[in-house]
Design a protein around this ligand. Structure first.
Ligand SMILES: [Zn+2]
Length: 340
């Protein structure tokens, strides 16, 4: 089932191309080619920083001074926003394309004026946006959003179908990796080689897309990286990364609290995850969010959004979009460390 198109909801690869083509303030480039030969595009605002780098992050930590990796004295923060790692989770993509249009024109695709662009300019931050990290998955996913669809639709487009035609599901979809040869329909979780970037081998990446994202975070010494995901009909929430030092957990919580405050003020639902040291057995995965922290030292977290399924706790498309704007405002303000 494919729901009726919402005119302002833009999440197709052709939408990304069109938004990039019309951008004049941002600089557009292609990070890499996907497994299926599609370009992974990004747009950047603000100038690159010169960090006087002498060592990688790990080595600088070993030298007991992270300035050997990135001397950030006086440098405004770098924020990296990444959409559609799982390409049936298109809430982030729609919001990021809206954000780009706000920065470029002052309003989003609903025609709503927004002060987010001015806030970004005032903050002086360097903002890097990747609307679709997984173009292969996006090309495979026919719906433009999951709003109005069922959990079964989500599983089909997201995790795909095993060789016997039954639906893959979470977390079983992670039990074969790469999954390509084990499925009759490859879901949008994966690139064309059947790789799920969230659970790549980060010490020897299986996917070029994962490798290039890690390199970008490292090169930029990203202060905040937000991986935009969908989480069925959850209340939108920032997830705590599993393997990071306490100050990063605190920073994720501070961002979550700030975003919740902004959301509540706007009359929108919010949720803040507790910090927990309960690792359990088997231990939680060292996923992309943890990996990005360890390569650049920055805050990195997964943001899970409600997807508007016809199930309990369904949000409409506009609420989903506005909640992302609250997150974007939160991260800009939090990265600055002062109330702009
Ligand atoms: Zn996801």
């Amino acid at each position: 089932m494919i729901t009726e198109k919402i005119s302002w909801w833009k999440s197709r690869l052709t939408d990304v191309d069109a938004v990039f083509a019309s951008a004049s303030k941002g600089r557009v480039s292609t990070l890499c080619k996907s497994a299926g030969g599609r370009g992974v595009g990004m747009i950047e605002y603000g100038q690159p920083r010169d960090y006087n780098r002498r060592a990688n992050y790990n080595s600088a930590c070993g030298a007991r001074d992270t300035r050997y990796y990135a001397d950030k004295t006086g440098a405004p923060p770098v924020i990296l926003l990444v959409g559609a790692i799982h390409a049936q989770e298109l809430e982030g993509t729609a919001a990021l394309l809206g954000l780009i249009n706000i920065i470029e024109t002052g309003r989003d695709f609903r025609g709503e004026d927004s002060a987010l662009g001015e806030l970004i300019e005032e903050s002086g931050c360097r903002l890097i946006i990747i609307p679709v990290m997984n173009p292969d998955g996006r090309a495979r996913c026919e719906p433009d959003s999951m709003v109005g669809l069922t959990n079964e639709d989500l599983r089909h487009w997201g995790q795909g179908r095993w060789l016997d035609g039954t639906l893959c599901g979470w977390p079983g979809c992670k039990s074969v990796h790469p999954i390509k040869e084990a499925v009759s329909f490859l879901g949008a979780y994966y690139n064309d080689d059947g790789i799920n970037f969230m659970h790549d081998n980060f010490f020897n990446p299986m996917a070029a897309e994962t490798a290039v994202l890690l390199r970008l975070a490292e090169d930029e010494a990203a202060d905040y990286t937000i991986l935009l995901h969908g989480g069925s009909n959850c209340t939108n929430v920032l997830l705590q990364p599993n393997y990071v030092p306490p100050h990063i957990r605190e920073a994720v919580r501070a961002l979550a609290l700030r975003t919740a405050e902004l959301s509540e003020t706007a009359g929108l639902p919010s949720s803040v995850q507790k910090i927990s040291d309960d690792t359990g057995t088997p231990p939680p995965s060292f996923n992309l969010a943890s990996a990005i922290h360890h390569i650049c030292g920055g805050v990195c977290a997964v943001y899970e959004s409600n997807q508007g399924l016809i199930e309990k706790n369904s949000y409409d498309a506009e609420t989903i979009l506005r909640l992302h704007y609250m997150l974007f405002e939160g991260v800009i303000r939090e990265a600055h460390g002062v109330r702009l």
